[in-house]
Design a protein around this ligand. Structure first.
Ligand SMILES: Cc1ncc(COP(=O)(O)O)c(C=O)c1O
Length: 409
C-alpha cells in the first residue's frame, strides 16, 4: 500500500463483493477517519447535553465544544471572526438560508442573479425560487467546449443589473476549478455580492475566504471527513448583520412577547433550535486531521490521482472523458461514459469488482442538457485513494462492454 492514510479509515479497509474496496465517490460523501469517529463517540459518551441552555457541567462543556468548532472552522478558511461562521445542516440548507434571508429581502423586480450552468441543484433551485418570487432574472454563465467559464462569459453576463453572483468553486461533475477570483472581482465591480459554493473545494484545497474576498461561502462537513448533518455558511459580518433570520423558534431569539420578538446576535439568530453539537465536534476532528495531512498535500495527491486516471482511462477504447484535461484547472473529479452502456450499468458492473463510483446526473440537470448527455459515470478521489484504486477501475472498465455482449473492443 503506497498510501499512509488508508489505515486511518476503517470503511476503506474492507472487501466488497470479494474485492478490495475502491471507494471512488468522495464527491458525494467522504469516508471518516477513526479519529473523527472517536471524537463523536467521546462526545456522546461523555459530554452530551443541550448547548447554550444549561448552567451545569455537561451543558457548559457541550457549549464549549460547539463554539470551539466555530473557531476551528474560522481558522481553517481564513475568516476574520468566528461570528462569521454559521452552522447549518448541509450546503443545501446553507443556500436556502442565503436565498430566503438575503435573496428574498434584497432582490427586487428586474434585478439579475447570475450563476453558472454547472451548478449543483442546491445552488440553482433556491435562486429560481427567489427569481420567481421577486420578479428577478436568473442568468447563466455557460461553459466553453473545455468545460470552462470564459472571460468573455464573465464580462458579458455580470452587468450593472446583477445583484447576486453565486458560483461553484469546483464543479462536482467535471472537477473544473472555476476562475472564481475573476468572477468575484467582476461581481464586486458592478456592486453585486459574490457567493461561492465551496462544497467541492474547501475539502480538497487551501481556500482563504479573505484572499478570495467572497461575501459568502457554503460547504458541507460530510464531504470533508466529518459526519453528515453539519455544514457551514461563512458570511461577511456586515452582510450577516443586515439579514433577517431564516428559521424562527428557540435559541435564536433575544426576547419574546405575545406578538413580537427580538433576535439574538449573529451568528445565533441563524441557528434556530437545538444544533448538531456531535456534528460540530466531528467537523473539528476532521479539520484537525486535514491540517495534519496539510491541504497542499491533499491537493497534490488528488491532482496526481486525477492525472493518472485521465491517462489510464484515455487508453481504453469506447471511453469518453468530459471536461478539461488541464490539471491546473482540475480537481479530483472525473466524469466519463462508456459507449452504448448506461452509467448505471457501468456502476453496477464496477460494483461487482468492489469499485464504488457515482452514476447519474449528479444533481446537475441543466449541465447535462448543456452537454447534450443524460448522465455520466463519475470517479472522485480523496486522500485515502491510491493508484491501485484507479488500476482496478481501469481494468474493470475494460470489461463493461464485454459483460453486455459488445465484445472486448
Ligand atoms: C458542488 C456541490 N454543491 C452543493 C452540494 C450539496 O451538498 P449537500 O447535499 O451536502 O447539501 C453538493 C453535493 O454533492 C455539491 O457537490
Amino acid at each position: 500500500m503506497n498510501n499512509k492514510y488508508v489505515i486511518d479509515f476503517p470503511a476503506i479497509n474492507q472487501q466488497v463483493n470479494g474485492h478490495r474496496l475502491a471507494y471512488l465517490d468522495s464527491a458525494a460523501t467522504t469516508q471518516k477517519p477513526a479519529s473523527v469517529i472517536k471524537a463523536v463517540n467521546d462526545y456522546y459518551n461523555l459530554f452530551n447535553a443541550n448547548p447554550h441552555r444549561g448552567a451545569y457541567y455537561l451543558s457548559v462543556k457541550a457549549t464549549e465544544m460547539y463554539e470551539n468548532a466555530r473557531e476551528v472552522v474560522k481558522d481553517f478558511i481564513g475568516a476574520d471572526k468566528s461570528k462569521e461562521i454559521v452552522f447549518v445542516k448541509n450546503a443545501t440548507e446553507g443556500f436556502n438560508l442565503l436565498a430566503y434571508s438575503y435573496g428574498m429581502n434584497f432582490i427586487s423586480e428586474g434585478d439579475e442573479i447570475v450563476i453558472s450552468i454547472a451548478e449543483h441543484h442546491s445552488n440553482l433551485v433556491p435562486w429560481q425560487q427567489v427569481a420567481k418570487a421577486r420578479g428577478a432574472v436568473l442568468k447563466y454563465m455557460y461553459l466553453n467546449e473545455d468545460g470552462i467559464i470564459s472571460d468573455d462569459e464573465i464580462e458579458n453576463k455580470i452587468t450593472e443589473k446583477t445583484k447576486i453572483v453565486s458560483v461553484t468553486h469546483v464543479s462536482n461533475v467535471l472537477g473544473t476549478i472555476n476562475p472564481v477570483k475573476k468572477i468575484i472581482e467582476k461581481a464586486h465591480s458592478v456592486g453585486a455580492i459574490a457567493i461561492l459554493d465551496g462544497a467541492q473545494s474547501i475539502p480538497h484545497m487551501k481556500v482563504n475566504v479573505k484572499d478570495l474576498d467572497a461575501d459568502f461561502v457554503v460547504f458541507s462537513g460530510h464531504k470533508m471527513l466529518s459526519p453528515m448533518g453539519i455544514g457551514v455558511v461563512y458570511g461577511k459580518e456586515k452582510l450577516l448583520e443586515k439579514m433577517p433570520p431564516f428559521m424562527f423558534g428557540g435559541d435564536m431569539i433575544e426576547y419574546v412577547w405575545e406578538q413580537e420578538a427580538t433576535f439574538a446576535e449573529v451568528p445565533f439568530k441563524f441557528e434556530g433550535g437545538t444544533q448538531n453539537v456531535g456534528g460540530a465536534v466531528g467537523l473539528t476532528a476532521a479539520i484537525k486531521y486535514l491540517n495534519e495531512v496539510g491541504m497542499q498535500n491533499v491537493e497534490e495527491h488528488e491532482k496526481e490521482l486525477v492525472s493518472y486516471a485521465i491517462e489510464k482511462l484515455s487508453e481504453i477504447p469506447h471511453v469518453t472523458i468530459y471536461g478539461t484535461k488541464d490539471i491546473d484547472k482540475k480537481a479530483g473529479v472525473l466524469s466519463f461514459n462508456v459507449d452504448e452502456v448506461h452509467p448505471h450499468d457501468v456502476s453496477t458492473i464496477l460494483d461487482s469488482y468492489g469499485i464504488a463510483i457515482r452514476a447519474g446526473h449528479h444533481c446537475a440537470n441543466p449541465l447535462m442538457r448543456h452537454m447534450k448527455i443524460n448522465a455520466t459515470c463519475r470517479a472522485s478521489f480523496y486522500i485515502y485513494n491510491t493508484k491501485e484504486d484507479i488500476d482496478a477501475l481501469a481494468e474493470a472498465l475494460k470489461n463493461t462492454r464485454k459483460w453486455l455482449g459488445y465484445g472486448s473492443k
